[in-house]
Design a binder for this molecule. Structure first.
Ligand code: ADP
Ligand code: G6P
Length: 487
């Protein structure tokens, strides 16, 4: 019998909203975690517990468990947890995304940030409270589902929940998985000791702690050495803590290619493809797709394009750089400032090189998933240059939908690099000259090399189906998966 699965994550697969007619409408949630987990859970079934993030989510939350209405997630149940908006804001914006996200992606500007004070203290308290609510909800759902439940806790928002759940249900089998990088010990030391210890202790409440890439797993292990009394075996990737043995695993998440293809065949994507084709005319299309997010390195991407145009007069007037930036975490001032700077930089490139009939950069900050899928089909080269990224699914999705053998320019610091590096054009994300050269190499690349790289990229993505991620975690917990029996 496959193990019953309870997944917990901050963001759920569906964002609910009040439609114009007063009814509740459902839309897909943003980001890589949702993409990845929707694929894995659609195959296995189970229960997904998530935070209510909008007013309409909170209305749905009040109904208890629901099937996923009007969305593609009918294979599993959904339970949204409602929080009081002010404390949710402290937890989500104040702690998880202004402290933990910045910590693990090295985003602080250390002469000025972070500052730990009473406000961060309140944000921490809210973070503890939300984690406790999740742990209690998991314990309750686990009791309902009976023995042999696998608790799969996702991402940095829920770093404390594993230890809380372990305390509530000592026999529970718990895996925690981070979809982002993990800061090493030097950076972890920026956090006051009480926070650092609580975070590491929280994660070590799981039986298995997972990451997309070996580097993040190793940095976590090295950080655990900061815990007095922890014994860390780097080679076997094991931490002995509070009399238990916690295994640290590398388990890169695969892409649900069939689900992606199905979405890409929807009528709104077909319409968006026609529109983009018209917009692009006979120019060559350079594309980037990101959440409007500091770690995605949009700014240096535009600077690199500027240098490319400077060096390559022959491409002026013939190539357009389309940046599809999905709005994200808009209440956080650093995000608003960064997006503003990206737009200004795009305008500067346009002023410098543009003509009456040619606008080199088009940066669109909008939530338009259909347009994204359409653009994947049409690009001639894809730029994925994050400064640091847990995985980056855009790097996998683009090549699966692209019809033009467009090369992939990829940061060495993205988790996806370990699977795709052989077939991508590698860049150091901080080196704008190298990124400019990579753009040139991509656009100049002969057709046979483009085709060979495209084949390589697709085969690499296909080698890692999303079921593998789930089954590995279940077998690490000693439970039977849907696709592979427990070892
Ligand atoms: P991150 O998780 O940091 O946002 P990823 O590249 O791993 O980065 O994942 C981004 C995911 O968001 C991809 O699966 C992409 O297709 C998806 N996406 C892009 N635009 C939208 C949108 N407007 N709405 C929902 N999902 C989107
Ligand atoms: C990344 C994180 C996810 C998060 C997503 C979107 O993928 O790993 O946990 O859900 O970004 O961010 P948001 O703050 O909108 O949920």
């Amino acid at each position: 019998m496959p193990a019953p699965i309870v997944v917990a994550s901050n963001r759920g697969p569906i964002a609910f909203a009040r439609g114009a007619g007063g009814g509740i409408t459902a839309k897909r949630g943003a980001g890589g975690l949702v993409t990845a987990l929707s694929g894995a859970l659609a195959a296995s079934g189970g229960l997904w517990i998530a935070s209510a993030m909008t007013e309409a989510d909170r209305e749905v939350a009040a109904r208890g468990r629901v099937g996923a209405e009007g969305a593609d997630a009918s294979a599993y149940e959904l339970r949204y947890l409602g929080f009081e908006p002010e404390s949710f804001d402290r937890y989500y914006n104040g702690w998880t995304n202004r402290v933990l996200w910045f910590l693990h992606h090295y985003l602080w500007n250390l002469p000025q940030t972070p500052v730990f004070d009473a406000e961060t203290g309140e944000a921490w308290d809210a973070f503890v409270a939300v984690n406790r609510t999740f742990a209690e909800a998991m314990a309750e759902e686990g009791d309902r589902l009976g023995p042999g439940v696998a608790f799969l806790i996702q991402d940095y928002h829920l770093s404390l929940a594993p230890a809380m759940l372990k305390e509530l249900r000592p026999g529970a089998r718990i895996a925690h998985f981070s979809h982002i990088p993990f800061a090493g010990p030097s950076y972890m030391r920026i956090l006051p000791e009480r926070f650092r210890t609580a975070l590491l202790d929280g994660l070590l409440g799981a039986d298995v702690v997972g990451f997309h890439a070996p580097e993040w797993a190793d940095r976590f292990l090295l950080s655990c050495r900061l815990l007095p009394g922890a014994r860390v075996d780097l080679r076997r990737r094991i931490v002995r803590w509070r009399g238990r043995e916690v295994r640290v695993r590398v388990n890169p998440m695969g892409l649900d290619v069939e689900a992606l293809r199905e979405e890409a065949s929807r009528p709104d994507v077909v319409r968006a493809t026609d529109e983009l084709r018209e917009w692009k005319g006979d120019t060559t299309l350079l594309l980037r797709v990101d959440r409007a997010e500091l770690s995605k390195n949009v700014l240096r991407g535009f600077l690199a394009f500027d240098r490319f145009l400077e060096a390559r007069a022959d491409w002026r007037g013939r190539v357009r750089f389309l940046a599809l930036l999905n709005p994200s975490r808009e209440d956080i001032p650093e995000y608003a400032a960064y997006v503003g700077e990206c737009i200004r930089t795009a305008e500067l490139v346009n002023e410098r090189w543009g003509t009456d009939s040619w606008q080199p950069v088009d940066a669109r900050v909008r939530d338009e998933y259909a347009q994204t899928l359409a653009a994947y089909g049409l690009y001639d080269a894809l730029v994925v240059n994050p400064t640091l990224d847990g995985m980056n699914l855009v790097a996998k999705e683009g090549p699966m939908l692209n019809t033009r053998d467009g090369p992939l320019i990829l940061s060495e610091t993205a988790g996806a690099f370990q699977e795709l590096q052989r077939w991508a054009l590698a860049v150091n994300p901080f080196d704008v000259d190298q990124t400019a050269s990579a753009i040139a190499s991509a656009l100049d690349m002969p057709a046979d090399e483009r085709a060979a790289r495209r084949r390589g990229l697709r085969a690499a993505v296909r080698r890692n189906p999303p079921s593998r991620w789930l089954d590995s975690q279940l077998s690490d917990l000693g439970l039977a998966g849907r696709h592979t029996p427990a070892g």
